[in-house]
Design a binder for this molecule. Structure first.
Ligand SMILES: NC(=O)c1ccc[n+]([C@@H]2O[C@H](COP(=O)([O-])OP(=O)(O)OC[C@H]3O[C@@H](n4cnc5c(N)ncnc54)[C@H](OP(=O)(O)O)[C@@H]3O)[C@@H](O)[C@H]2O)c1
Length: 388
């Protein structure tokens, strides 16, 4: 397990409460906006010069990747050779050093979310080194260490082609495995506590799967913002981790009724917000835990899709219900840079500790999926390309 700096996150609370929390973050964003501008200018240049073409015949570049030819269990993840090609206008080729495993990869593999084509290469988060830039692109250079989280899917590969506008620079102080463990999950935590429902000092929040990849970061961030944090977990070991991450009350929901416990802890008042990524098994109970005018933030379904909710279920307490996704909170390049910048700044400052609790060779992605789905993992899981 790699732990990024773990002490002092209370001291750094102020860092979390401004849009650009530190001079480091501000300069990172300035730098990345300059890069964006140059990427855009170079694309315009290319549009004016794209009549120039090369007649040289280049052998197709092959890399190893995980491919899915049919939806199903972990066994459908196959280790194969794929052709990667060269980056085109606005694109870069990246040799991955570490790939973040996320529950969304399971949803695509099982067909809960539909991939746009089959076969496909899963994966939505990676950190790597730029090995080629598209023609005319001047905003990126070979050797840059970059990270991406979200679309396009295809991170379970030794190398991949990415739109330059989708990647962000990884600060030198952050190890690639840590960055690949925190970008998608950390940006998710950021939009949940800082944008979707803004957690403030004095709030009481309920976080399900508090020892998971997103859950671990959510607990730390909500605690640093001054909230009383209640977390649910399935085992004693996970409860210990959640407490270490700033959870004031860890409920073992596989043994205790979490609704009763939240009632006891809040003296019947309920919580301001529930961050519910478990879905089917917890959704109804989560609604019961909310106080009047509370926020139900349903952002995942690791136990299955929740049943449909009648409006009358919200009317009894004038509740708010939202089903947000990271992609809709990082639509523009500015939104992406601000969200990623805040995450990296808080990791670099020690406000967030990143638990890289499990690493697997990329070729063993099937085992990693099996372990994530069977609740054997905690914190973040990364896949390391074989030979790295
Ligand atoms: N909306 C968004 O934009 C967004 C972005 C990122 C992630 N997410 C969601 O956030 C959640 C967490 O993602 P993650 O990658 O960090 O995974 P994770 O939390 O590390 O793993 C899932 C955890 O869910 C809990 N769980 C409860 N019931 C389960 C069941 N029946 N099967 C499997 N797990 C169950 C387990 O924790 P316990 O053992 O403690 O119960 C398990 O460790 C996922 O639902 C994901 O879809 C949403």
């Amino acid at each position: 397990m790699i732990l990024a700096k773990s002490t002092g996150f209370h001291y750094h609370r102020h860092l979390l409460q401004s849009s650009f929390p530190s001079s480091y973050n501000f300069s990172l964003n300035q730098l990345q906006r300059a890069i964006t501008k140059r990427i855009s200018l170079s694309a315009q240049y290319k549009a004016r010069t794209n009549h120039i073409s090369s007649s040289a015949i280049v052998a197709p570049k092959m890399v190893k990747a995980i491919r899915v030819h049919e939806i199903g269990g972990p066994e459908v993840l196959k280790w194969e050779d794929v052709e990667i090609g060269e980056p085109k206008d606005g694109e870069i080729r990246v040799k991955n050093k570490a790939i973040g495993l996320n529950f969304i990869d399971v949803y695509f593999r099982k067909g809960v979310y539909k991939a746009s084509a089959i076969p496909f290469t899963p994966g939505m988060e990676a950190v790597g080194v730029v090995t080629a830039v598209g023609p005319g692109l001047t905003g990126r250079e070979v050797g840059d260490v970059v990270a991406y989280a979200g679309t396009p899917m295809g991170a379970y590969a030794e190398e991949q082609i990415l739109p330059a506008e989708k990647v962000v620079t990884v600060p030198r102080s952050i190890d690639p495995s840590v960055a690949a463990s925190v970008l998608l999950k950390g940006m998710t935590a950021q939009f949940l506590v800082r944008q979707c429902f803004k957690v403030e000092k004095g709030h009481t929040v309920l976080i399900h799967a508090a020892a998971g990849g997103v859950g671990s970061l959510l607990c730390q961030w909500a605690n640093a913002l001054g909230a009383t944090v209640i977390g649910t977990v399935s085992t004693k070991e996970k409860a210990t981790q959640a407490k270490d991450d700033g959870c004031h009350h860890a409920i073992i929901y596989s043994e205790e009724d979490f609704v009763n416990r939240v009632n006891e802890i809040t003296s019947g008042k309920g919580v301001e917000v529930v961050y519910d990524s478990v879905g089917k098994d917890t959704f109804q109970g989560s609604l019961s835990c909310l106080k009047l005018r509370g926020y139900m933030v349903s952002f995942g379904q690791s136990s299955g899709t929740p049943d449909p909710v009648p409006l009358s279920a919200l009317a009894t307490k004038s509740l708010f219900l939202t089903r947000p996704t990271l992609m809709q909170y990082t639509v523009t390049r500015d939104e992406l840079l601000q969200t990623a910048g805040e995450v990296f700044a808080n990791v670099a400052a020690g406000v967030l500790k990143v638990r890289v609790n499990h690493t697997y060779p990329l070729s063993q992605a099937a085992q990693a999926h099996a372990d994530l789905e069977s609740r054997k993992t905690s914190g973040s899981v990364v896949l390391i390309p074989d030979g790295c």
